[in-house]
Ligand binder design. Structure first.
Ligand SMILES: CC(C)(COP(=O)(O)OP(=O)(O)OC[C@H]1O[C@@H](n2cnc3c(N)ncnc32)[C@H](O)[C@@H]1OP(=O)(O)O)[C@@H](O)C(=O)NCCC(=O)NCCS
Length: 174
C-alpha cells in the first residue's frame, strides 16, 4: 500500500479477470490523452487490440503486469510483454498527475529487480503527451519522434536504478 497525497493506493499483479475494467480504463485514457497524436486508422486499431478479450491474452502472457487501485477501483494499468519492454502504462483521467504512474513504475522496477535480475535496461515507445513523464522517471530518447503505422511515437530507454528507488523517489509505503 502507498500513500499519495493522503490517498491510499495499492498496486497488485493484474489478472485475466481484470481485463474488462482494465480495457475501459485504457480506452478512456487513450481517447483523452494519446489519440489526438495518432491517425484515425491507428486509433481504431488500438481500440480493437485493447478490448477486454484481447487484454485477457496480453495479461496472461505478460512478463509483468500490474493494476493500481484506489477504493477497489482500478486507476492504473502497466504491462510489460517482455522484461525489457514497457508496452502499456495508462492512468485514469481522474487520477492524472497524482503520482500513480510514478508509483507504478517504482513498483515495476522492484519486481524486475527480484524476478529478472539480469535485466538492466527497459525500452518503450512514448506518445508525445507522455514524454515529459517518462523523462521525469529516468527515460531518455533514443530516436526522433516518428510516425509508425499512424502512431506518433519516440523510442525511449531507461537504465534500471540500482539504489533504493523508493527512498530516492520520496514515496511512502503505508
Ligand atoms: C503518462 C502517464 C502514464 C503519467 O502518469 P501520471 O500518474 O499522470 O504521472 P505522475 O503523476 O506519476 O507524474 C510524475 C511526474 O511526471 C511528470 N509529468 C507527468 N505528466 C506530465 C505532463 N502531462 N506534463 C509534464 N510533466 C508530466 C511530472 O514531473 C510529474 O511530477 P509532478 O506532477 O510532481 O510535477 C499518464 O498521464 C497517462 O496515463 N496518460 C495517458 C496514456 C498514455 O499516454 N500513456 C503512455 C503511452 S506511451
Amino acid at each position: 500500500m502507498y500513500l499519495l497525497n493522503r490517498m491510499e493506493l495499492s498496486i497488485q499483479t493484474a489478472k485475466s479477470d481484470d481485463a474488462e475494467e482494465v480495457s475501459n480504463l485504457v480506452l478512456r485514457s487513450f481517447a483523452e490523452f494519446a489519440s489526438p497524436h495518432w491517425e484515425p486508422e491507428a486509433c481504431q486499431w488500438f481500440q480493437k487490440m485493447n478490448c477486454a478479450s484481447e487484454l485477457v491474452g496480453k495479461i496472461h502472457n505478460a512478463a509483468h503486469s500490474s493494476i493500481a487501485l484506489v477504493n477497489n477501483a482500478i486507476v492504473g494499468f502497466l504491462l510489460m510483454p517482455k522484461p525489457t519492454l514497457l508496452g502499456m502504462l495508462f492512468i485514469h483521467p481522474n487520477e492524472i498527475r497524482n503520482g500513480v504512474g510514478n508509483a507504478m513504475w517504482i513498483h515495476t522496477c522492484k519486481a524486475l529487480r527480484s524476478e529478472f535480475p539480469t535485466v538492466s535496461t527497459v525500452e518503450l515507445n512514448a506518445t508525445p503527451n507522455a514524454i515529459s513523464f517518462y523523462t521525469d522517471i529516468g527515460f531518455i530518447p533514443v530516436s526522433d519522434m516518428c510516425l509508425q503505422n499512424g502512431c506518433r511515437v519516440m523510442r525511449m530507454s531507461c537504465r534500471l536504478p540500482v539504489k533504493d528507488i523508493e527512498a530516492e523517489c520520496n514515496l511512502t509505503s503505508a
